[in-house]
Design a protein around this ligand. Structure first.
Ligand code: ADP
Ligand code: MG
Length: 341
């Protein structure tokens, strides 16, 4: 075969292989876009575990008519313009691939209305060239994205879909994680027309209320709370006690600069701390928020951004491990104030 450029749809389907693994990964990408657009209310309607339909509505900034086609094309983003921007990234997205990837493996309809634009517009793209067509529609300010028949044109991927129930659990898991890192945003999650989860933003004390809503009041009441600064880093954590051990890692949540992670270094540091204090083999529950200077962490190492690379990984590891271990040792009293005070 001669060398030839791949048609856009095929190129996007290949890229989708990296970020669109299952319905939950679609949900993650869509919700992150809404958060980057400043939404304070995000509603998700899921049908059949997301196999059939994932519909998200938000009250964010919206996308102007002239940019709808760009939003659906690959390597198009409003979040970075230069390499410098990537060095100190604060938005959740920056790759400009999610919508293009998702629309290449589903029937995606994007509808949006920025506050200042009179009319809402709806866009979808079709065929090998992913040609975009636009129609005027009625829609309140914000964005709706409707993703139907995920993987209908990629049977190899479709084969890997699990049962409706399992896929829905993955979606709930994604929402739990995101809800924990965005306590001022309301999330409403529906499955087959019924509300299954509702995380309401509270007027004050967002974070503890959100932790109670996601992890349960019992966790919040019994967890050891610690908040510590060190060399420009901050760690705030709620650490489950010995009565809250589980057989799975379901209750483990860690965040770096507001981004949910399954980062090996962080999990290792926390685990080592728990083991040094309790010698436990079972899984502790915890919610750990690490804040570092965005220039000291590279988020562009994993397409789905589950992992990061720290400039000073040893320092970060030891900071987490020591803070968690000290807090567990000292119990509530000292942990409330942290070791700096
Ligand atoms: P990225 O998030 O990496 O920029 P995406 O493909 O996820 O790439 O989205 C492309 C662009 O579409 C974004 O940069 C943003 O400008 C716009 N966009 C996507 N979803 C929304 C939304 N819910 N509200 C407003 N703008 C959005
Ligand atoms: Mg995105």
């Amino acid at each position: 075969m001669p060398i030839q450029l791949l048609p856009p749809q095929l190129a996007n389907q290949i890229a989708a292989g990296e970020v669109v693994e299952r319905p939950a990964s679609v949900v993650k990408e869509l919700v992150e876009n809404s958060l980057d657009a400043g939404a304070t209310r995000i509603e998700l309607d899921i049908e059949k575990g997301g196999h059939k339909r994932i519909r998200l509505r938000d009250n964010g900034n919206g996308i102007i008519k002239d940019e709808l086609a760009l939003a659906l094309s690959r390597h198009a983003t409003s979040k970075i313009a230069t390499l410098d921007d990537l060095e100190s990234i604060l938005s959740l997205g920056f790759r400009g691939e999610a919508l293009a990837s998702i629309s290449s493996v589903s029937r995606l309809i994007l509808t949006s209305k920025p506050e200042m634009q009179e009319q809402a517009w709806q866009a979808h793209c079709e065929g090998r060239d992913m040609a975009v067509s636009l129609n005027p529609v009625a829609h309140p300010p914000g964005t709706t994205i409707d993703v139907a028949d995920l993987f209908y044109n990629t049977p190899a991927r479709r084969k890997f879909l699990r049962t409706e129930k399992t896929e829905y659990q993955h979606i709930e898991d994604v929402i739990r994680r995101i809800a924990l890192s965005h306590p001022a945003v309301s999330f409403i999650l529906k499955h087959n027309g019924k509300v299954t989860k509702r995380y309401q933003a509270s007027a004050s004390d967002h974070l503890t209320q959100r932790i109670a809503a996601v992890m349960g009041q019992k966790f919040l009441t019994n967890a050891i709370h610690v908040k510590t600064d060190y060399h420009g880093m901050q760690l705030e954590a709620w650490l489950g006690n010995e009565a809250m051990l589980r057989s799975s890692t379901d209750g483990q949540f860690s965040f770096v600069n507001g981004r949910g992670m399954r980062d090996k270094l962080i999990l290792h540091a926390i685990r080592q701390a728990y083991e040094s204090v309790w010698g436990v083999l079972e899984q502790p529950s915890f919610v750990v928020y690490l804040t570092v200077d965005p220039r000291d962490v590279d988020v562009n190492v994993h397409p789905a951004k589950h992992e990061v690379r720290f400039q000073q990984s040893r320092l970060v590891h030891d900071f987490i491990c020591k803070t968690v271990a000290d807090a567990l040792c000292d119990g509530d009293d000292k942990a409330q104030t942290g070791f700096d005070e």
